[in-house]
Structure formats: structure tokens, C-alpha cells
Design a protein around this ligand. Structure first.
Ligand SMILES: *Cc1c(COP(=O)(O)O)cnc(C)c1O
Length: 454
């Protein structure tokens, strides 16, 4: 592809250069000079509220600047005016224009953030386990029986931030709202007490920003026999997209793969849960070399990501991405519905349209690409998949099922909601056939007080 062949700067430039909000208006990000001063000011306004961070690899090798502002990778990483409500945007723009002091800007920013549903689906109240004295264990989420999520404190940033990230509050504002653990002890004690857990998912942020020796502090102790119940180590990351040189030329890349090899030799499975949103991310030669290096270790790479307006709300984009993944040995895993948080009104796609995109994309790929499940909503009661739209006894309905449930017993039971062409999230759906509640709602209410269908 032309983007990568005629770029003088394409040679592996192996030192990561990071840009942040202040670089939106200075001259460090060279191609931004193509944009009007108004557009750059707009980006700066939005970046006071939502996290912004991008690196030279994304700027030089992933974004096609001839296509900006429509370029999908540009929309994925650079803030856009429409990501804030008009009123909020104007209020913040006024403050910047009159060069208000930092305190005033921060105070408005945190007011706006509070209106953006920063912790959807009971992230802070329902998913964090408590110790016997009722004290919350920070840095751990345990929602589905088999799998524990762990948020190491050194992994709570990324090589670039996604504009649509559902964990955006991890990167801005008040530290007390962040999910992070500093101590490996916390993790090991928890896993020791929970023999039902088979999968540990290290997540963030992006745990692949961590140095290998920090990752080893968390993972190497799990090779002891007392942790035999932990069969799979999953690592959630977007580094294959945003900084593939992490796995090629960063100075601890070899240490990282030696650690992974040790885990494998101890009989545990390593799964890289790679976040992908567009086939473009798979095109740079470095991205492909990084995938190949992971696969040499015997790790399996699985891909997941949400449907996003303006970026990938098109079946051909998904079909082509899944085909590339299969040919590179990456297994399509989940297609998500964008969550009800942050700048959702910019990215959200109706559930009906998500399902059409899924169906039309799946029809274009061979069975090996059809391992992707979805479109799936990570809602309070569980991961709910839209299986399709159909008519039953004259009523048009969505057929749904749980892929994961807060209660394991809900999984794989078909259920139905009234068809609604405009609904974008579970809390907007109503049970079909005149029923009052979905089958799981009573139990959800009793066991997880306050957790309806949202
Ligand atoms: C998706 C998810 C998991 C993993 O679910 P799988 O279906 O096993 O991939 C675990 N915990 C939470 C909170 C999740 O959202």
C-alpha cells in the first residue's frame, strides 16, 4: 500500500516519541500544520476533557493525512469537536479563548466528565471484589466466574489513546476513580483464595507499556504449583497497532518473550487479546513482524473491538479486517457494541445496524473468520449478543443471548426484546410478547442491587 512504501520516515525508528494535548497547537506534530487553526483549536478544547495521547508511529505510519479528517485512524486518535455536546464545547472554548486559569479549566473539565457516565455497567460498585471486612480490593475486577481482570498500576496508560475508549476515566482527572493495583501480593492473595478462576486477564490501559521486569513480578510467581488452577494468562493490548516495535526493538523485547516462553513451558496458555478496529492497523510491515514474533512463542492472538460510527460501521471493513487477521494467524474473537460512556453520541451505532454489519461481514468470510461472536454488549448483567432480528407470531423482535452472565446459568438461553431500530444499548430494550421483565432481571436485582438491564 502506498502509505508505507514511499515514506522516507518509515525506517524502524525505534524510540517512541509521545505527543500530548499541548502538541496540538505547537509544531511538533508536523502533518497537523495542514489543518486550519480553527480545527486545531477545536481539538485542543476537546483534549481538556477527554484523554489525548498519540505517538510518532501512529502519526507517520498509520494515519493517511491525505484523507484527514475522514481517515479512520485519525478519528480513532485525534479529538473531534463533535465528541463534546455543543454547550460543553462552547463553554470550554470560551475559557481557553479568555485564557482562564488552570483551576477554572480543570473544574469545568471534571463537571463535563461527570456527565459522560464515566463508570458504566457497575464498573466500580459491582465488579470490584471486597475483602471479608468489606474493604474494596482495588485493581481487580471479578465479574464472570472463570476470569479475573487485573489492572497493574504500571500498565494504566497506553502508547496512544483511543478517542472512543470506554476506560477513558483511567487517564484523566481524579485518581480516586481509577482502577489500579500497586502490589503483586494483592493479585496473588486473591487468586490463591479463588480456585474457580482459570483465566487471568491482565488489562489496563495497556499492560504492554510495562517493562518486562514489572510484568514478571506479577506473572512469574504464578508458575508455582499453588496456582495450577490458573491455566490461561490473557494480556489485553493495542500495542500491536500503536507500537509494534515494543515487540521488535524495545530494549526489553527479548526479556518479554523469554518470560512468555517460561509461562508456556510451565504448561500455561498465553493469549494476547489484541484490540483491532480497522484493517489498516494490520498493514505496516512492523505490525506483521510483531504478530509473527508473538506466534513463534506459541501464544495465540485473538482480536476484538467495537463497531464505531465514522471508523468501521461498514461490513466490508470488518470482512476485510477479519480476512487479513485469519491470513496472519490472528483469531477473530469478539465484535463489541460501543459502550454507553464518554463521547458515545459520536461513535454509537444502533444495535440493528451493528447486527446488519456483523451478518453482512460474516457472510463474506470463510468459516475460519466466523469465530468472531457478536455484536455483543458488555452490560450490567453480562455480555449480551444480538443474534438477529426475526418475527414471532406477528411481532418483530430481537433474538438475544448471554455470552457471559453474572450468573453462569443465564448463558446461552435465547430471549427476546421488542424490535427497536434506533436502540443503541440494552437499557433501551423492552421485553417482547408483552412481558414485564427479562428473565434475568429479578435475580439481577436481588443479587446485585441496583443492577437492572443497564
Ligand atoms: C469480557 C470480559 C471477560 C472475559 O470474557 P470471555 O467471554 O471469557 O472472553 C471477563 N471479565 C469481564 C468484566 C469482561 O467484560
Amino acid at each position: 500500500m502506498k502509505l508505507f512504501s514511499n515514506h522516507a520516515s518509515c525506517s524502524p525508528s525505534s524510540r517512541l516519541v509521545i505527543y500530548t494535548a499541548r502538541d496540538l497547537t505547537n509544531h511538533r506534530i508536523k502533518p497537523l500544520q495542514r489543518l486550519s487553526p480553527e480545527r486545531r483549536f477545536e481539538m485542543q478544547v476537546v483534549a481538556q476533557v477527554l484523554p489525548f495521547r498519540v505517538n510518532h508511529y501512529v502519526v507517520e505510519q498509520l494515519i493517511d493525512w491525505d484523507q484527514v479528517p475522514d481517515d479512520p485512524i485519525f478519528r480513532m486518535t485525534f479529538p473531534q469537536r463533535e465528541m463534546l455536546a455543543e454547550e460543553d464545547f462552547n463553554a470550554m472554548a470560551d475559557l481557553l479563548r479568555k485564557e482562564a486559569d488552570k483551576k477554572e479549566i480543570q473544574s469545568l473539565a471534571s463537571q463535563i466528565r461527570c456527565r459522560l457516565n464515566p463508570h458504566p455497567a457497575g464498573q466500580l460498585e459491582l465488579n470490584r471484589p471486597k475483602e471479608s471486612e468489606g474493604k474494596i480490593i482495588n485493581g481487580i475486577q471479578h465479574k464472570y466466574r472463570e476470569t479475573v481482570l487485573f489492572f497493574p498500576s504500571q500498565g494504566q496508560t497506553c502508547h496512544s489513546y483511543c478517542t472512543f475508549c470506554f476506560r477513558w476515566p483511567q487517564f484523566v482527572g481524579e485518581a480516586s476513580l481509577r482502577i489500579a493495583a500497586r502490589e503483586a501480593q494483592v493479585l496473588h492473595n486473591y487468586l490463591r483464595r479463588h480456585q474457580e478462576v482459570t483465566d487471568l486477564l491482565i488489562t489496563g490501559g495497556d499492560p504492554m507499556v510495562m517493562r518486562a521486569r514489572h510484568l514478571a513480578d506479577y506473572l512469574a510467581p504464578l508458575l508455582a504449583p499453588e496456582f495450577d488452577h490458573i491455566q490461561t494468562i490473557r494480556i489485553g493490548t493495542k500495542a500491536l497497532t500503536y507500537w509494534p516495535y515494543r515487540f521488535l526493538t524495545d530494549n526489553d523485547a527479548d526479556d518479554l518473550f523469554r518470560l512468555l516462553a517460561r509461562i508456556r513451558q510451565a504448561g500455561k496458555h498465553v493469549a494476547l487479546m489484541a484490540h483491532y478496529n480497522h484493517g489498516r492497523e494490520l498493514e505496516p510491515p512492523a505490525a506483521r513482524r510483531a504478530i509473527a514474533r508473538w506466534r513463534e512463542t506459541g501464544a495465540v492472538i485473538r482480536s476484538q473491538g467495537p463497531v464505531l460510527a465514522q471508523i468501521n460501521d461498514n461490513p466490508d471493513v470488518w470482512a476485510s479486517m477479519w480476512r487479513s487477521q485469519v491470513s496472519l494467524g490472528v483469531i477473530p474473537y469478539y465484535m463489541f457494541v460501543e459502550r454507553d460512556t464518554g463521547p458515545r453520541q459520536y461513535f454509537e451505532v444502533p444495535l440493528f445496524r451493528c447486527w446488519q454489519i456483523y451478518q453482512q461481514a460474516i457472510q463474506q468470510v470463510s468459516g475460519l473468520g466466523r469465530t468472531a461472536r457478536g455484536p455483543s454488549m458488555s452490560a450490567t448483567p453480562g455480555k449480551i449478543e444480538i443474534q438477529g432480528v426475526t418475527e414471532i407470531q406477528g411481532e418483530q423482535v430481537f433474538a438475544l443471548r448471554f455470552l457471559q452472565g453474572r450468573s453462569p446459568d443465564w448463558v446461552q438461553r435465547p430471549f427476546f426484546a421488542q424490535f427497536d431500530a434506533r436502540a443503541t444499548w440494552m437499557d433501551q430494550l423492552k421485553p417482547a410478547f408483552g412481558e414485564e421483565r427479562f428473565f434475568f432481571e429479578e435475580e439481577c436485582h436481588q443479587r446485585f442491587s441496583g443492577g437492572g438491564a443497564s
